[in-house]
Design a protein around this ligand. Structure first.
Ligand SMILES: CC(C)(COP(=O)(O)OP(=O)(O)OC[C@H]1O[C@@H](n2cnc3c(N)ncnc32)[C@H](O)[C@@H]1OP(=O)(O)O)[C@@H](O)C(=O)NCCC(=O)NCCS
Length: 327
């Protein structure tokens, strides 16, 4: 079950502050006004106070109670610059360069999380994924014990049973061409995330081939990654390489791989690269009527997430709750 209400309950017990890097965007303002009407997640809006207030007034959203922080007039900017230079000292960043970089909302917002001013960050309403994620990769880094930051989408649609059908797909947004070992890490973190959303994970490593029916480098990569995942996470149901039909259709699975306990019933899909993953989740969303939540960043040392630039205010609100609850 997709436990959205559960996430709100978690936040009610432990309220958080979330920074929005695009403080004057109408969709952000609408989501912020909705969050302010409850008291489990406080928005921090990055931008010029005048511009944010004017945008809120023009779009008719009440953002009274929101903290607005202007990167150009921040009382802790010297401390932030010093910390930034320390974090990027291996790159030889000068104080002057740091001041320039921190005048940009994506870097400034990420530093607010790093400094503990905010618990979480949501950006990307106007910034590209790369521009939202890069500051996090550079400043927040991976959690101890993790080698990469990756991402997954959680896809939800009502099922005929009356319950929701919930799936996970990865990595559709960050790693362009993951290696075998990176796919193993992606599989592990995606399974953990899937469990949070009530999925009992059954993993399919997707390909254009099912258990040796096709040949090629990419086929071998997916087969080897599946095998390595099995060894690393004994007990986690994993199959691969699988074609998508064999992964989800019990009828096709009976023909193509009758002995597999995963084939025909997979609910966590590991894609060979970002092309396949990004196209795949959007097909599910646009033609399969799934709501898509994500990309949810995994392996990052703080809860920071990216919005699609085509997002609406409801998606901003939902992703804000997911991001903060995962904190
Ligand atoms: C994520 C992404 C932005 C990083 O690319 P980049 O900025 O060119 O990255 P670089 O190789 O210059 O690395 C920047 C920093 O991030 C780190 N990094 C890059 N990828 C990383 C990853 N997957 N996990 C952890 N750290 C990573 C690098 O080590 C580097 O750290 P450093 O500056 O401290 O040395 C890039 O992989 C990308 O564009 N991915 C696709 C995004 C996209 O368009 N998605 C589709 C829409 S949803």
């Amino acid at each position: 079950m997709f436990g959205f209400g559960d996430m709100i309950e978690i936040l009610k017990k432990n309220p958080k502050r979330i920074v929005f890097t695009e403080g004057s965007d109408a969709r952000i303002l609408e989501a912020a006004s909705r969050l302010l009407a409850s008291n489990f997640l406080t928005p921090i809006l990055v931008g010029s106070v005048e511009q944010v207030e004017k945008a809120a007034e023009e779009s008719g959203y009440n953002i009274r109670g929101a903290q607005i922080i202007d990167p150009l007039h921040y009382d802790r900017i010297d401390e932030m610059v010093e910390l930034f230079c320390e974090l990027r000292k291996s790159k030889g960043v000068t104080e002057e360069q740091a001041r320039g970089i921190l005048s940009q909302a994506n870097y400034f917002g990420t530093m607010l999380v790093k400094m503990g001013v905010a618990d979480a960050l949501l950006g990307g309403a106007t910034y590209s994924t790369a521009d939202t994620v890069r500051p996090a990769l550079q400043l927040i880094k991976t959690k101890p014990g993790y080698n990469i930051v990756s991402s997954c989408f959680i896809l939800v649609r009502p099922a005929a049973t009356g319950e929701n059908e919930v799936l996970a797909m990865a990595d559709c947004a960050i790693n362009i061409r993951p290696t075998e070992d990176e796919l193993v890490e992606i599989a592990g973190v995606t399974s953990e995330c899937a469990k949070i959303f009530g999925i009992d994970p059954k993993l399919a490593f997707l390909s254009y081939s099912t258990l040796g029916s096709g040949k090629g480098e990419d086929v071998e990569k997916m087969r080897n990654a599946a095998q390595k995942t099995r060894l690393k996470y004994p007990g986690l149901p994993v199959e691969g390489e699988l074609q998508f039909d064999a992964a989800v259709s019990p009828r096709v699975a009976r023909t193509k791989c009758p002995d597999s306990p995963v084939a025909g019933h997979a609910n966590v899909f590991i894609f060979p690269d970002i092309n396949a993953g990004n196209i795949g989740y959007k097909i599910a969303q646009r033609l399969g009527n799934f709501d898509a939540y994500g990309p949810i960043l995994l392996g990052l040392n703080a809860p920071i997430n990216d919005l699609s630039r085509g997002c609406n205010a409801l998606e901003v609100y939902s992703m804000a709750i997911i991001t903060a609850a995962l904190a």
